[in-house]
Write a protein that binds this ligand. Sequence first.
Ligand code: ZN
Length: 462
Amino acid sequence: MKGIYPDSVRETANGSVMMANLGDRDALIATDKTLGFAGKAVGDRLECELTHENAVALRAAFAFTAPVRVLTRERTLGVGDRLGIATPGHIRAFRAFPGVSPVFAQQSIRELTLTNRTFDDVLDAASFSVFREGFTEGFGADGDHLKTPKEVDYALNCGYTMITLDCSEHIRSGVTDENCAALYEPEPELEKLYLDRTFEVGEGVRVSFDERAFRKTALVYADAVRFAARIYHEKIASPSGDRADFEMSIDETATPTTPAEHFFVASELDRLGVHAASVAPRFCGEFQKGIDYIGDLSQFEEELKAHAAIARRFGYKLSIHSGSDKFSVFPLIGKETRGRFHVKTAGTNWLQAVLLIAERDPKLYREVHAFALKSFPEARKYYHVTTDLAKVPDLSDLSDAQLPKLFEQNDARQLIHITYGLILNEPRLRERLYAAWRRDADALDALVATHIERHMKALLEG
Ligand SMILES: [Zn+2]
């Protein structure tokens, strides 16, 4: 629908600024010409395209469109938007659940590469949407899964307010009960602190390190903690306080983080003066993209209790990655963290966006699906999934009306979920998809909102 977005209108000292739908695109309309917006004059106003320069001017003029550190708030949810169009739908959901605070801009370098976007693009899309919808509650921007000092600088220089340091390359794999004695090189400082000691975490949680457990833990995690501490002190800490919320992620590893290992990481971060906003352990079971939790729920609950107690003891939040669609564990997460959690979801809004295509443009969906099947072997290199393509129904057996049902089937969901980069890099598909999403923007917002609201509802149930 063409026209001014009513919730965007802002009076300023010398006029007003608002956002308008011009049909094929949105633009800022400014009668206040003192705010640094660049655009073409149309009558007494400036019509300004949604460029990076105008996003910078927008954030300077309206503080609520700039990201802030939100991890200090109780319940936070990261909702990465790979398409740059999901934030209005997300905002609807966060308005329905005001007790949960958003991280709207949240992308990993892998996602940026696969979608040909930059950190600026991602943040600008969030800022423009927040302005358009008049969402003034504040939002975070997370440079997700950053692995190097350079990547951390990149996110910080773009104004990101959260840094998720992926320490997986410093976590040693292949350490076993059998080989740990041979691999171990003495760490006298750590031995003094942990070897043959038992720690009362509180809440009935106790961890201990006999010689083998200590050696294994030190071998696997000591370098990762030292790396996190180095990056934290070099990049995040400053005399006037931390530059961003700092999360240490150890979730992308081959084996789950045991409570004792988590304790070691937490205690070392503390000793090395790292003020972590959150830590993301690797939980038992499987957190695969776009589908529910796979694994033993009672074991998960048991270990979650211990992880949550450790996080509380050290004063940070537990962060749960790949949190899209993990409906069976959300109530447990809400309960055991006592409502202090950070959950990250990502590709689930992309799935909702493709569901919209299946509902409204079956012909285009069939093309996307065929392309996804062709691209799957390539996409699979980037993601850990157990998708069985043989279980995905053959589309020639399905009527158009049956296509949306595919999104209730795990293998079909994952097929679409992980091939997003290749699909969006196919110009013919990309153009038609974005045109369809723009045409049905309201329906897209509703689909995205409903799905994220289901996440929030389940998280608040606990
Ligand atoms: Zn992760």
